[in-house]
Design a protein around this ligand. Structure first.
Ligand code: 5GP
Length: 204
């Protein structure tokens, strides 16, 4: 867990969640580039796809290594996503970047966001919504990354995740990705406003 002191570093911790296929990775990229953010590279036990690079997209770990790091207290949050693979945020790089005053972006699921909210009340959390269900299914198919069975599983998981995001009440904002450029602008604008309000609230 992150202590409350950790979340009060000079930087801003931003959590971006959303179902698979909603386009959140592209939105996160825009936030990173436009607002000079640092992307937190997660650890996962899922296999690496051909397009992915170890240490850039994820740290691809064995089950044993993931568990070892978790037991050693090295994860800020962690979750089993789709009931199969484990994902977690390495703690140290996040704490250090926040202490250095950076904007740090976590792209994590709702379970992880709830854990972060509990230990970092000042984190700013955004959930990216698909335009509608049909569009989401289209996007999952269009990625060409999964089998039809996996696509259906991700689709059901996406519907559950959207429901959970609303019921848990941990998100500060919901952004609908109906048009990518617009959703990127809205997300960056929300974060920028939060940064400005945090600065104006700081004691002299
Ligand atoms: P994918 O396997 O498609 O890259 O990611 C599957 C899901 O895992 C996504 O919803 C993503 O947000 C979530 N995820 C990725 N990294 C982390 C992490 O470090 N922690 C948690 N809790 N979820 C993660």
């Amino acid at each position: 867990m992150m202590s409350n002191d950790d979340s009060q570093g000079r930087g801003l911790l931003v959590v971006i969640s959303g179902p698979s296929g909603v386009g959140k990775t592209t939105i996160v990229k825009a936030v990173k580039e436009r607002l000079n953010g640092i992307f937190s590279v997660s650890a996962t036990t899922r296999p690496r796809s051909e397009q992915e690079q170890d240490g850039v997209d994820y740290y691809f770990l064995t089950e044993e290594e993931f568990q070892r790091r978790l037991d050693a207290g090295q994860m800020l949050e962690h979750a089993q996503v789709f009931g199969r693979h484990r994902y977690g945020t390495p703690r140290q790089p996040v704490i250090e970047a926040l202490d250095d005053g950076h904007l740090v972006i976590l792209e994590i699921d709702v379970q992880g966001a709830c854990q972060v909210r509990a230990s970092a009340p000042d984190a700013f959390m955004i959930f990216i919504m698909p335009p509608n269900e049909a569009a989401l299914l289209e996007r999952l198919r269009g990625r060409g990354r999964d089998t039809e069975e996996a696509i259906q599983r991700r689709f059901e998981e996406a519907q559950r995740e959207i429901g959970l995001a609303h019921s848990r009440g941990v998100y500060d904002a919901f952004v609908r990705n109906d048009e990518l450029a617009r959703a990127q602008d809205e997300t960056c604008e929300l974060i920028r406003s939060r940064q400005l309000s945090a600065v104006s609230c700081q004691p002299e």
